[in-house]
Design a protein around this ligand. Structure first.
Ligand SMILES: Cc1cc2nc3c(=O)[nH]c(=O)nc-3n(C[C@H](O)[C@H](O)[C@H](O)COP(=O)(O)OP(=O)(O)OC[C@H]3O[C@@H](n4cnc5c(N)ncnc54)[C@H](O)[C@@H]3O)c2cc1C
Length: 420
């Protein structure tokens, strides 16, 4: 077939309840699995040649583990995750525990546990489940263009040096925070760099002196910076992330390539100098913990304003999911969580949908999701401000935590959400 001004080898797949998904990250794999369970045939296109161990830890609240359980993945998940008994808010300078949220009773209170795990383990679990359910996963396949007609959605995909066209009932853009497909669908430009960088490292707990080992989540709050640590891989490793206001590269403002990666690196010396600056005045145990880390990886944090309407989640036969629709600052630990909630809602909406009515069901998906995602985006942004406040506001924050404790840290509207 000749189209789009290029040689086009047309691959028209059968049109009965078939969905094309751009991006094989957490959102894409979860969506593939959810719609395959709902009886749809799904094809996931991933730009990368292989699925590497990208990222580090993720925390998943009961709003998300509840979905994994409902999907029949609870046992496999339990093998991979850690289940921290407590979440401590600490002072970065003194190490004092300001307040503790008990997590071990979450299963009773919210019907599902609070868990922490390596992103690669979560991704592997979803990918295995998806492929077992019949989802086709094609790597080295970059989606270049999305388009739609009255009765079909189309992707142009670069695969094996060719530009192929794929056609199906509906399509999903789950191509991450820098989503090229979002630019085509919404035309609202690129996300912004926050000026915050996440420096992350993974430590084998066995290599740490006993006083630095931990099975809890700790958030150490300082001035313009905070550190989060929690166990992953069943507790064998400790995930350590320092989130600091800083610069990526000397010419970082225009250095889009450097921003668009999960795995940026600077020289060890430069990273250490930046961390020392960000964490000046930190208490000794935290300094010791940071000193035990090596092989730091950097994530520049990017954001968009909170979602403003359902049109940002679905346009006709095309839906946007995960970071492509609603990039999340990590200060509420819900980016992967909202991607999985999106996928669960999409699966639920498409469960009974005949192919002919798919756009209506995508609209219902969008209506059901956008306000919750907007609320989580806003809360994550607010948390970032609270974690980094200075002066009298910082003193007030610490006092509030000491006096109010757990109720200030719990988020019932978030964790109690029950869609599967
Ligand atoms: C420091 C930090 C800590 C975090 N901690 C947590 C946490 O504790 N809990 C939590 O829930 N979330 C957390 N997150 C957020 C979470 O990691 C992301 O929200 C989540 O990974 C988004 O998934 P996604 O699939 O939408 O995007 P991604 O994981 O970015 O996946 C997008 C995929 O699309 C592919 N792609 C891109 N363009 C194309 C194309 N044109 N064609 C085909 N494929 C394409 C990419 O290669 C990639 O594989 C954290 C994030 C950061 C930065």
């Amino acid at each position: 077939m000749q189209s789009f001004g290029v040689d086009l080898d047309s691959t028209i797949t059968h049109m009965n309840r078939h969905i094309l998904i751009a991006g094989g990250g957490i959102a894409g794999m979860a969506a593939g699995y959810a719609v395959a369970r709902a009886g749809w045939q799904a094809t996931v296109f991933e730009r990368a040649a292989e699925f590497s161990q990208v990222g580090a830890g993720v925390q998943l609240g009961p709003n998300v583990t509840r979905i994994l359980q409902a999907w029949g993945l609870g046992d496999a998940f339990t093998q991979l995750a850690a289940f921290p008994p407590s979440l401590h808010a600490r002072s970065l300078t003194t190490g004092e525990v300001l307040a503790t949220l008990p997590l071990k009773d979450f299963a009773k209170r919210y019907g599902a546990p609070y868990a922490t795990l390596h992103r690669a383990d979560l991704h592997g679990l979803l990918m295995q489940a998806a492929t077992r359910q019949g989802v086709q996963v094609q790597s080295n396949a970059a989606v270049k263009r999305v388009s739609q007609s009255l009765d079909a959605a189309m992707f142009e995909v670069t695969q094996q040096g060719q530009l192929l066209q794929h056609t199906a009932t509906v399509a999903v853009a789950a191509d991450g925070v820098w989503s090229p497909l979002r630019q085509q669908l919404l035309g609202d430009g690129l996300p912004n760099f926050t000026g915050h960088i996440a420096y992350r490292a993974l430590l084998a707990q066995a290599d740490l002196p006993p006083y630095l080992r931990s099975h809890d989540v700790s958030v150490w709050m300082g001035v313009h910076a905070h550190v989060v640590s929690y166990p992953v891989r069943g507790g064998e490793y400790l995930n350590v992330v320092c989130l600091a206001e800083g610069r990526l590269l000397d010419d970082d403002a225009n250095h889009l390539q450097a921003l668009q990666t999960w795995n940026a690196q600077k020289s060890e010396a430069q990273t250490l100098a930046e961390l020392q600056h960000a964490l000046r005045g930190a208490c000794t145990p935290l300094i010791d913990l940071m000193a035990a880390c090596s092989h730091w990886r950097l994530w520049p944090l990017c954001f968009r304003p909170a979602m403003q309407g359902a049109h940002q989640h679905a346009q006709g036969r095309v839906a946007l999911l995960g970071d492509a629709a609603h990039p999340m600052l990590p200060y509420l630990a819900q980016g992967a969580g909202m991607a999985i909630e999106d996928a669960a809602e999409l699966g639920a909406q498409l469960w009974t949908a005949p192919a002919a009515n798919a756009p209506e069901h995508l609209q219902q998906f969008a209506n059901a999701r956008w306000q919750r995602n907007a609320r989580v985006q806003a809360r994550a942004k607010r948390n970032g401000r609270i974690f980094h406040v200075t002066g009298a506001l910082g003193i007030g924050r610490d006092l509030g935590l000491r006096l109010m404790g757990a109720p200030l840290m719990d988020v019932p509207w978030l964790y109690g959400h029950s869609k599967s």
